[in-house]
Ligand binder design. Structure first.
Ligand code: GDP
Ligand code: IMO
Ligand code: MG
Length: 415
């Protein structure tokens, strides 16, 4: 029996999952997202052409792969239709789970209004309505993509939702016009109908027919609702476990797990980030790595590779290997730091404590190198870069299986 392989971010997102999924998709028949929504921004660069994907899986550039949006994803019909526009002939190549929950405009309005109310305590969400849509799912008042198959029932559900939540919506200044929503959802239903199916069955059948399935995580392990830096997290299980609930595949059907990590570390939004560099080096990493969000354009906070965090994520996900991305961004640094442990209340620790904002990073310094950009063979890397990768491998106790040396699909070393 075939098992589905899994790509998962092991830091705070934007590790380069899109590049690796796109590259690997050549060898897969099916690529499926399992959680998150259009808060994700996965950038793919092929022949210097850049494509940013938010909901459509990063397997879409492989003409042979079927792309699936699993039940664990929250789907904005408006956004997916926008994203589908530049692609031709998606019918039969893209499927959306009938069980995936729907994001409508009021979800993002609620998200933005709540963030405003939080003021200085804001999470720094993408404002896409992710939290409110997952909240509706968990409180059992959500609407699902499959509801587009019965518009009268769907409208009744939305009407009930609005009347139950009216005082809250009013207090937040969120307007919901049921008449406008009606014409919107009728349009969504008509356009999305060919794509809505039971994707769990599709994935089961694919594996039973010995097809190769790749599961594409969004966000990163430290943004996991349970295991991340709560409350500064997203609203889904971004770790490997989310792939089971978010697709309907049992843990027995999960094969190889590849953790995607930057050779340094970034974070968008608020919350603890022990190895953040607030000085010159942080700015230099941001500039060299073009660290501006694909989804919101926000500048990403930058810092050094964090070993305790990567070890934690590797264990949480059961990583068989790591892909070390953006090694070229460290080109030209005289010294490169790695956070190898933390100090907490006078003790040296190498795990992730609940009060991660209280730790002080302990660094080890390594000699930098001149350039690795575009290198496609491990042997051709400068010795210092080889040593750096080996240190990550040794400290995280996880094999490094891939190294990325530019945004381009082909500039990748496979070990
Ligand atoms: P994702 O959310 O994990 O898919 O990552 P993003 O696409 O949001 O952010 C990663 C960014 O780095 C994208 O702009 C990629 O094109 C780019 N990128 C990926 N790998 C490399 C690499 O090895 N070197 C450089 N310089 N850029 C890379
Ligand atoms: P990809 O898939 C980086 C962050 C937001 C915020 C927090 C909660 O491209 O790696 P949300 O809108 O999800 O409620 O925001 O999570 N965040 C991401 N950061 N990459 C992402 O996705 C992210 N998706 C959400 O910045 O801190
Ligand atoms: Mg991203």
């Amino acid at each position: 029996m075939n098992r589905a392989d899994l790509i998962v971010g092991i830091q705070w997102g934007d590790e380069g999952k899109g590049k690796i999924v796109d590259l690997l998709a050549m060898n897969y028949d099916v690529v499926s997202r399992y959680q998150g929504g259009h808060n994700a921004g996965h950038t793919i660069v092929v022949d210097d052409k850049k494509i940013a994907l938010h909901l459509i899986p990063s397997g879409i550039l492989n003409p042979k792969a079927i792309n699936v949006i699993g039940n664990g994803v929250v789907v904005s019909p408006k956004k997916i239709l926008e994203e589908m526009k530049p692609f031709e002939n998606l019918e039969g190549r893209l499927f959306i789970s009938d069980k995936a929950h729907m994001i409508l405009d009021y979800h993002s309005d609620i998200d933005i209004a709540r963030e405003k109310l939080r003021g200085k305590e804001a999470i720094g969400t993408t404002g896409k309505g992710i939290g409110p849509a997952y909240a509706d799912k968990i409180t059992r008042v959500g609407i699902r993509i499959g509801d587009l198959n019965n518009i009268d029932k769907l409208l009744k559900k939305i009407e009930n939702y609005i009347s139950l939540n009216l005082p809250i919506l009013k207090a937040l200044g969120v307007e919901c016009d049921i008449n406008a929503l009606e014409s919107e959802v009728r349009d969504y239903a008509q356009k999305l109908k060919p794509f809505i199916i039971d994707t769990t069955k599709l994935l089961w059948n694919s594996l039973n027919e010995n097809k190769k399935v790749l599961l594409e995580g969004a966000q990163g392990s430290m943004l996991d609702i349970d295991h991340g830096t709560y409350p500064f997290v997203t609203s889904s299980n971004t770790t490997a476990s989310g792939a089971c609930s978010g697709t309907g595949l049992s843990p027995k059907k999960i094969g190889k797990v590849i953790g995607i990590a930057k050779a340094y570390c970034t974070r968008v939004g608020n919350g603890p980030f022990p190895s953040e560099d607030l000085g010159y080096n942080g700015d230099r990493l941001a500039e060299a790595g073009a660290e501006f969000g694909t989804t919101t354009g926000r500048k990403r906070r930058c810092g050094w590779f964090d070993v305790p965090l990567a070890k934690y994520a590797s264990e949480l996900n059961g990583c068989d290997e790591l892909a070390i991305m953006k090694l070229d961004v460290l080109d030209g640094f005289e010294k490169i730091k790695i956070c190898i442990a933390y100090e907490l209340n006078g003790n040296k620790i190498d795990y992730i404590p609940n009060d991660l904002d209280e730790v002080t990073p302990i660094y080890k310094e390594f000699k930098g190198w001149n350039s690795v950009v575009g290198i496609r063979e491990f042997d051709k890397l400068p010795q210092e870069a080889k040593d750096y990768v080996k240190v990550i491998e040794e400290f995280t106790n996880t094999r490094v299986g891939m190294i990325s040396t530019s945004a381009n699909r082909s500039d990748t070393i496979t070990l």
